[in-house]
Design a protein around this ligand. Structure first.
Ligand code: IPM
Ligand code: MN
Length: 384
């Protein structure tokens, strides 16, 4: 059963951890709307922490365009040091028109890729949940998307994003460029293993997505996926080619539970899946690695899947819900604070059910709020 649907059944306050924890979080607010949405997530985190007896220490650091402006580097060493020393990282968004010159030697995205690699964040979890209240926000038919609840697991530190050689040679008319997609069996196995473990707590189905009819890396992917599947006889595995997956995602999206795939396929499919939920402004993500933090959980980086939205930056209208939901994922995966995470997710669901919207998902008959008002609306609905 989708976890969300069973929540009303128990009084959440009775499940709040009695342990008083100290959470060390590094905040990388980044560019564009990043500072606005992270500010709201921090207010929610503070509220939950103070009411549940936890304390949070925040360190702030620069990443992306703001870091390039201040230091000349997209991932300054101070940022790397702080992230490595913390239990978890909360990230807003990076990038913007100011730094998009394709000829620029340093780009904001390098900061994001750099921190993923540095922290060894090989597993990117992108849950896609269609809220009943938002069923009309999607361009797809309600009967197709109602009840969609899937988890896309994207391998995050391998494949074409990091493969060498990568680059360009020659002058026109003889320009050429190359990207390389390497994968080792160890990289595939650790991602698939996590996918199966998470599927066990869900509907027990893993869809492994590849392009095994063309790519050697995909044939290895499929082979290793099945070897790992043998360790999880209680979980179903299916193989789907990436092109056909992109079709089935909009045709019969409810059939998917956990989708596990390589870096580039996961990047593309998760944007497509985001449209089932109506808006990128709703979707959180967690990036996890092998490193275990002081609390015995995986150190992770948590960020909304949307970008820096420079067109609306500074206006106070960006939807903070994806970042607030990312903060909930942080409590769940990096601190084991399941009930606190549930509470935040439920508060978001209640705000939506009460007809509250930010501009990106507004529809007739709903109340449009700014970022701060939406953050406050979530806080008011925390059942603590
Ligand atoms: C994402 C983004 C990044 C990616 C970009 C900004 C480098 O699209 O997190 O999905 O491609 O991984
Ligand atoms: Mn992407």
């Amino acid at each position: 059963m989708p976890i969300l649907q069973s929540r009303e059944a128990y009084p959440i306050s009775s499940l709040i951890s009695s342990l008083n924890m100290n959470l060390n979080i590094t905040v990388l607010a980044g560019d564009g709307i990043g500072p606005e949405v992270t500010a709201q997530a921090i207010l929610v985190l503070n509220n939950v922490a103070s009411r549940c007896g936890h304390t949070i220490s925040y360190e702030y650091a620069l990443l992306g365009g703001c870091a390039i402006d201040a230091t000349g580097e997209a991932l300054p060493s101070d940022t790397a040091t702080k992230c490595e020393a913390s239990d978890a990282v909360l990230l807003g968004a990076v990038g913007g028109p100011k730094w998009t010159d394709p000829k620029a030697r340093i780009r904001p995205e390098q900061g994001l890729l750099g921190i993923r690699k540095l922290m060894g964040l090989f597993a990117n979890l992108r849950p896609v949940k269609v809220y009943d209240a938002l069923i009309d926000a999607s361009t797809l038919k309600p009967e197709v998307i109602r009840g969609v609840d899937m988890l896309i697991m994207r391998e995050l530190t391998g494949g074409a994003y990091f493969g060498k050689p990568q680059g360009r040679t020659g002058e026109a008319p003889n320009r050429s460029a190359v990207d390389t997609t390497p994968y080792t069996e160890a990289e595939i196995a650790r991602l698939m293993r996590m996918a199966f473990e998470l599927a066990r707590g869900r509907r027990k189905k893993v869809t492994s997505v590849d392009k095994a009819n063309v790519l050697a890396t995909s044939r290895l992917w499929r082979e290793v996926a099945h070897e790992v599947a043998a360790e999880f006889p209680d979980v179903e595995i299916e193989d789907v080619l990436v092109d056909s997956c992109s079709m089935f995602l909009i045709r019969t999206p409810r059939n998917y539970d956990v989708i596990a795939t390589e870096n580039l396929f996961g990047d593309i499919l998760s944007d497509e899946a985001a449209m089932l939920a109506g808006s990128m402004g709703m979707l959180p993500s967690a990036s996890l690695g092998e490193f275990i933090n002081r609390h015995g959980f995986r150190r992770g980086l948590y960020e909304p899947i949307h970008g820096s939205a420079p067109d609306i930056a500074g206006k106070g209208i960006a939807n903070p819900l994806a970042t607030i939901l990312s903060a909930a994922m942080m409590l769940r995966w990096s601190f084991g604070l399941t009930a606190e995470a549930d509470t935040i997710e439920l508060a978001v669901e209640r705000a939506l059910a009460d007809g509250l919207r930010c501009k990106d998902i507004a529809s007739v008959g709903t109340t449009v709020l700014g970022s701060a008002e939406m953050g406050q609306a979530v806080i008011e609905r925390l059942n603590l």
